[in-house]
Design a protein around this ligand. Structure first.
Ligand SMILES: *Cc1c(COP(=O)(O)O)cnc(C)c1O
Length: 359
């Protein structure tokens, strides 16, 4: 069996949800579990986060999986209905839809099949991805309200483009545009993603939508989840499977990009981009060998990485090597690989063994 293992810390997930509630008192929490729970496992995360008020998924297929797993909370399909059969399936599974364009409103208008669906009306206040222009809010809201296929409790939502920069004027502007467009409308409001839960308390509304924070990951530049009281929910580890003595001037790995500056020990760990360890992790990216820091050297290959063991003289074959998680923030690894922590946890592949841990 390959040694690569993603340990999912269930209690960290639960504590992170408590921390979100502490930061956004009075708001209900939608736990965003798209992309297989940011790579932690959809059903597993939903079970650990059974205290959430709703789950946010990217597509209907994830809603099907959650209902099959017995999840009874509200489930919001964040990109909404799209194809002809979607509304019937969403009704069957009691999934909420997000409406962000006219074709979706037309589909709801043409739908006469029975029980009303719950709708989240999405406004584009400045991100320019999904949503109606703010000046159309009242017209679309009124049209939806009049449809028998739409439940009367419509939630008004928007998404921030840059809320991880805590003093960015764009977020202030997005909040103002949102408040102006929805004022006087009778509906709950949802604006905040993780970064806004942390940095924009005035935007918490009735529903916050927490993703990264629940997994203990920060998107705020230079910060890690722990800086805000969150614990990592995934520890990715493997084993050291070889230690080689390499002479000064010899080079290591594909494309021979790294040259030994002295006679030294080079470790080989059983993980690579085939497991989701980023190929772009540069020489100098840290790992922990039995708790002691060592650095990746040379190119990351599909199944293996090579390590500078000069700082870990006691390292032995069979030692556990932690790639990220407890003791080694995924944000640090992401910074060395030119990406964000989210992409790394989402990218752990199927050949990695997932193990649940209560702590
Ligand atoms: C992914 C997503 C979120 C969660 O974002 P985080 O930054 O991970 O908290 C919230 N709302 C929407 C619409 C999303 O797509």
């Amino acid at each position: 069996m390959r040694a690569a293992c993603a340990m999912i810390h269930l209690n960290a997930l639960r504590e992170n949800l408590r921390r979100v509630r502490e930061l956004a008192p009075g708001a209900r929490v939608m736990a965003v579990v798209k992309a297989d729970g940011y790579g932690h496992g959809l059903e597993r995360v939903a079970r650990a986060l059974e205290g959430a008020d709703a789950f946010g998924v990217a597509g209907i297929a994830d809603g099907q999986r959650l209902r099959a797993a017995g999840v009874s909370q509200r489930i919001v399909v964040l990109s909404g209905h799209d194809e002809p059969g979607d509304l019937a399936e969403m009704r069957r599974l009691h999934l909420d839809t997000v409406v962000h364009n006219d074709a979706q409103v037309d589909a709801l208008a043409a739908d006469r099949a029975g029980r009303p669906l719950r709708v989240w009306l999405k406004l584009d206040t400045g991100m320019h991805r999904l949503g109606f222009a703010p000046e159309r809010t009242r017209e679309v809201f009124a049209r939806l309200r009049a449809l028998p296929s739409v439940d009367e409790g419509i939630t008004l939502m928007t998404h921030f483009a840059n809320s991880d920069v805590f003093d960015d004027a764009l977020t202030t502007q997005q909040i103002e545009r949102f408040e102006r467009s929805v004022s006087g409308l009778d509906g709950e409001c949802s604006l905040s993603n993780s970064a806004a839960i942390l940095g924009w308390p005035e935007a918490h509304g009735q529903w916050v939508r927490a993703g990264g924070t629940l997994y203990g990951i920060s998107v705020v530049a230079g910060k890690i989840g722990a800086d805000f009281g969150f614990r990592p929910a995934m520890t990715l580890s493997t084993k050291l499977i070889a230690i080689n003595r390499v002479r000064k001037g010899e080079r290591v790995g594909y494309a021979v990009t790294w040259e030994a500056p002295e006679d030294m020990n080079v470790g080989v760990a059983a993980i690579g981009y085939g497991d989701g360890y980023p190929r772009h992790a540069e020489s100098g990216t840290p790992v922990l060998v039995k708790g002691v820091r060592a650095n990746v050297i040379g190119r990351v290959s599909m199944d293996l990485i090579t390590l500078d063991l000069r700082g870990a003289p006691d390292a032995k074959i069979g030692d556990t090597v932690v790639l990220w998680g407890r003791g080694l923030p995924v944000e640090t690894i992401a910074a060395h690989a030119g990406t964000i922590g989210y992409e790394l946890t989402c990218g752990v592949t199927r050949r990695v063994r997932f193990v649940e841990d209560e702590s």
